[in-house]
Design a protein around this ligand. Structure first.
Ligand SMILES: Cc1cc2nc3c(=O)[nH]c(=O)nc-3n(C[C@H](O)[C@H](O)[C@H](O)COP(=O)(O)O)c2cc1C
Length: 334
């Protein structure tokens, strides 16, 4: 079973991905936050280009309902960067995106989606995977969507089993994922609410033969989560329980370029955060202000699993510059 890092507009740009890969690793494939439009902008190129994603398997994600936009980006990343796959975002729940029938809004017009997929599968120079929700407002929409997805030779079907109206909350619709698990010919990836090792074990029990899991907020809250999950996988191999999981050992070696895993606990987290901060300072205009905002954004997630540091977390939130921020986190990561 492979492990993917979810695309997250904001937190998981290239500086985060490459620093995470160096300090924690264990990720078989990284997905870029979505790109849009006919041509990639400078910021998008910087995020996607192989030089900024060294030693990592990266899939570019696109948000579109236009065949020409899709083909323009797919051709560009194939020719310029040598990428062999692209992922389509059919999950974004944001109001403005949905209003333009993109992201999860594209699920509102299944016939148009079907036509779009028909055309791009005819013409795409590279493999196509889909990351989808199960519908917009009702579980009843899923059957039709699944029927459409079954018609095409997808590289992989990544399912976040929530409706658009659930946004990132509410219970997971396991019945819908199960329907795909039992009937789909596609290689499946499960995504949603894997925040602890126990969550992973539960998913593995429910869906032992899926190809991959994708983790987003869980690894922002606890960057050690993937390592903890890998340990469970390795124990299963040792005890001969899981032949599917054995495959992941090989995949892992190929993506395993991390160099700092010998550091333990808070020592590693501190070194990771420092390098992340330096990476942001180097890569963004108006370095300090934007860097502070990025570090605070990450601390919203790190803070969720550190409620005992309420006061210091408030100081992080209030910090006006990097010195104040360093002072605030020093009492958390002792
Ligand atoms: C801040 C934020 C930004 C996100 N950006 C994207 C995105 O660009 N593309 C996408 O497909 N999903 C995006 N997502 C959804 C995640 O990829 C993932 O599907 C969702 O968080 C559920 O997985 P999790 O419970 O492991 O976090 C985003 C989620 C969050 C919280």
């Amino acid at each position: 079973m492979k492990i993917y890092m979810a695309p997250m507009e904001g937190p998981t740009g290239f500086v985060f991905r490459r620093t995470y890969n160096k300090y924690f690793g264990g990720i078989d494939r990284y997905f870029t936050p979505f790109v849009t439009g006919l041509n990639l902008g400078a910021k998008e190129k910087k995020d996607i280009c192989p030089e900024n994603n060294p030693g990592m398997d990266v899939a570019t994600q696109i948000l579109t309902r236009q065949v020409d936009e899709f083909l323009s980006v797919a051709n560009y990343i194939h020719k310029e960067y040598g990428y062999e796959r692209i992922n389509i975002n059919l999950g974004c729940p944001s109001g403005t995106v949905v209003a333009r029938k993109r992201g999860s809004g594209f699920l509102l017009v299944p016939e148009e989606l079907d036509n779009f997929l028909y055309e791009i599968f005819e013409k795409s120079p590279i493999k196509i995977s889909i990351k989808t929700r199960i519908g917009v407002e009702s579980e009843d929409e899923w059957e039709r969507l699944l029927e459409i997805y079954e018609k095409y030779p997808l590289d992989e079907l990544i399912i976040h089993p929530r409706l658009r109206t659930d946004f990132y909350k509410n219970d997971i619709h396991h019945e819908c994922f199960k329907k795909a698990y039992e009937s789909s010919k596609h290689s499946l990836c499960y995504n949603g609410d894997i925040n602890t090792v126990e969550d992973f074990i539960e998913i593995k029990k429910r869906y032992p033969n899926i190809n991959a899991i994708m983790i987003g907020r869980g690894l922002l809250r606890n960057p050690f989560l993937v390592e903890e999950i890998r340990q469970v996988m390795e124990n299963d191999i040792l005890h001969g329980k899981e032949n599917v999981i054995k495959k992941s050992g090989k995949n892992r070696e190929s993506c395993d370029v991390k160099t700092e895993v010998h550091l333990t606990g808070n020592e590693r987290l501190r070194a990771f955060l420092k390098e992340l901060e330096n990476g942001y300072l180097d890569s963004m205009p108006d370095g300090e202000k934007n860097t502070l905002a990025k570090m605070k954004e990450l601390w919203v997630y790190l803070g969720e699993v550190r409620p005992e540091h309420k006061k210091a977390l408030k100081e992080v939130k209030k910090a006006k510059d990097l010195d104040e921020y360093h002072a605030a986190i020093s009492s958390i990561l002792i």
